[in-house]
Design a protein around this ligand. Sequence first.
Ligand code: F6P
Length: 362
Amino acid sequence: MSKTIAILTGGGDCPGLNAVIRGVVRSATQKKWRILGIEDGFDGLISNRAVRELDSDSVRGILQRGGTILGTSNHGDPLHYPVEKNGQIQRVDMSGVVIENFNRLGADALIAVGGDGTLKIAQHLYQRGLNVVGIPKTIDNDLKSTDVTFGYNSAVGVVTEALDRLHTTAESHHRVMVVEVMGRDAGWIALESGIAGGADVILLPEIPYSIEHVCHAINERRDRGGRFSIVVVAEGAFPQQGEKVVKVGTGLSRSGVERLGGIGQYVSEQIADCTEMEVRTVVLGHLQRGGSPSPFDRILGSRFGVKAVDLIEQGQFGKMVSLRGRNVVATTIADAVGSLNTVDPQGELAEAAEKLGIMLGR
Ligand code: F6P
């Protein structure tokens, strides 16, 4: 039976989003379905603005492109939408407006592509009767229920390449290079790219670090003849008896979420004090989210898109597509959003890093 489906991409952009959109459109057009692209995430359904028809022509040449052709937003949470009342910003539940505007489109189902925030909204809308299927996206890889999110592999590739490049300067100038990477609550990017890029110290949100131990490790390495060190710090890392470092002056984003940033500089100053080595800080920031998706993310994104269309055809709503082992399967959105997928400090990956001689701050 012919259907009309809609797709939106929410939260921070991420390599592979266009592969997902293309996967959805290619698969759905083969079924002769109509596909609507909603612009700028849930913002597009609140303001009821641009919705465009997507067909094979609209997704030609986008597989290798970063970002999302639909646009996105990480400050339009309809459950806590910022509205100005009497000169003050109040947060109101706009999910009724979203559902009304969605129903006006005449679509049978919505595919919501996003991270924890977007999928929480999707789950709420599903509970209110909307036919939703979720697709997990985030470079941080912090979503439960899937072995990995698309975008993560590309980000690890970017950071690993940066570490390779920074090695040459660190080595030539006998410096400590501190590299701040993304990862609010989960240190996957720091840990895996740190291992891939031969880091000496990796600091994660899951393991509050001791600066004394970090300095000891760097000094010991220097005494053994290692005249440089590479330190990878996740933006959400924090010291024992300390707190996460929030961006000064712009501490809150428009979504009301704390903007992290600055831990790299903070750690650098501490290392400079206790090692007397020359230290430099590099913040990779949004470079990690940009650019072309890796082959892995193109394939995963495409498979996720195809699977989401299959789930709609089978009437399986409230579901999220997930990678389990080598298979793309259906799980529930509810299971994915309850809590985050973080690095297990006692797990095999963290232990392997330590057995490789990498210091994890403890
Ligand atoms: O969720 C992905 C992420 O990359 C986080 O690691 C980071 O804190 C956040 O996005 C930054 O988002 P933005 O600066 O685009 O609001």
